[in-house]
Design a protein around this ligand. Structure first.
Ligand SMILES: C[S@@+](CC[C@H](N)C(=O)[O-])C[C@H]1O[C@@H](n2cnc3c(N)ncnc32)[C@H](O)[C@@H]1O
Length: 290
């Protein structure tokens, strides 16, 4: 990790990066169309991680909600009734609000730092976070805050946390792909001249399953179940993601890339995970209770 881990700098970089860059192209870069297929995908992922396909009763909070993918899809898919979202980036939240309006949903959204949440203790039944802990300067501090606001017996689900070994392996494999194309992609991640931040300023952690388990235990959680996914899907994503919304445009092409991504995800979960050890996969997923 190259970072000084100065919490203030990391949070400032996150605000700047997500306000000025990600909020403009997040939908295309991460292929978040919020259509019916996506609603089903988010539901399936949640059910797979929880090990049950049940509606969530009570209040759910989506921390680091971004443009609202999880919150809005769970709402649209009728998995939740009472959904809240929060994020530190006003830019991301304003896209989230536009998305909510288009879907005819009116969730309660707050602009806040996850380490200092403006909620009373023990008020949420369920807390979910997609690709968020690795942006936090001190993930244990964040989990203690999550633990404060969730009810005893409440559930948490986190997904999209990067695995250190998985990313290392996929990074090496990517180097064998046609170099010119990959370099072009890299250019577009670090691009846009005047900006003073890059992805590396905001992606401050990679984890192992063991490290995450320890952090969740220290944060006050139990029944911790950790799984991994994302190998073939990840190679595909790393190849195209930097170009999406920049060079590769148009919903038709982007939806095709997404289709292949979904198919590779099935192969990863159904075949690859039975053959290979968990540490070759890039994404770590956690389910636990308070
Ligand atoms: C990779 S995005 C994930 C968005 C969404 N959860 C999803 O799955 O699409 C990470 C989000 O975390 C937010 N974030 C980063 N640091 C944060 C902090 N300290 N407090 C609250 N949100 C933060 C960013 O603004 C961004 O919207």
């Amino acid at each position: 990790m190259k970072h000084s881990l100065d919490p203030k700098k990391i949070k400032e970089a996150n605000i700047k990066y997500h306000n000025e860059f990600e909020s403009r192209i997040y939908r295309d870069r991460h292929l978040q169309f919020l259509d019916e297929e996506e609603v089903e995908e988010v539901k399936e992922k949640l059910f797979c991680i929880r090990g049950k396909a049940e509606k969530i009763q009570g209040k759910l909070l989506d921390i680091g909600t971004g443009i609202g993918r999880i919150l809005l899809c769970l709402n649209k898919g009728k998995v939740i009734e009472n959904g809240f979202g929060c994020d530190i980036s006003l830019g991301m939240l304003s896209v989230c609000q536009q998305n909510a309006r288009q879907l005819g949903i009116n969730p309660s959204i707050a602009c806040t730092d996850l380490d200092y949440l403006p909620y009373k203790k023990h008020i949420f039944d369920f807390i979910i976070g997609g690709a968020i802990l690795h942006h936090m300067p001190d993930p244990l501090m964040t989990l203690k805050e999550v633990s404060r606001i969730i009810k005893p017996g409440g559930e948490v689900v986190f997904w999209g946390e990067p695995s250190r070994t998985g990313h290392f392996i996929v990074g090496k494999i990517i180097l064998f792909l046609p170099k010119a194309f990959y370099r072009l992609g890299k250019m577009f991640v670090k691009d846009q001249g005047s900006k003073t931040w890059s992805e590396e300023d905001v992606d401050v952690h990679r984890f192992s399953q063991r490290e995450l388990k320890e952090i969740f235990l220290k944060g006050g959680f139990s029944n911790i179940q950790i799984t991994s996914s994302g190998f073939l899907r990840s190679i595909w994503q790393q190849f195209f993601a930097p170009l999406q919304g920049r060079i590769i445009r148009g919903d038709k092409t982007l939806k095709f890339i997404k289709k292949v991504e979904r198919w590779l995800e099935r192969v990863d979960l159904g075949i690859m995970s039975r053959i290979f050890p968990h540490w070759i996969f890039t994404e770590i997923r956690i389910h636990a209770t308070k």
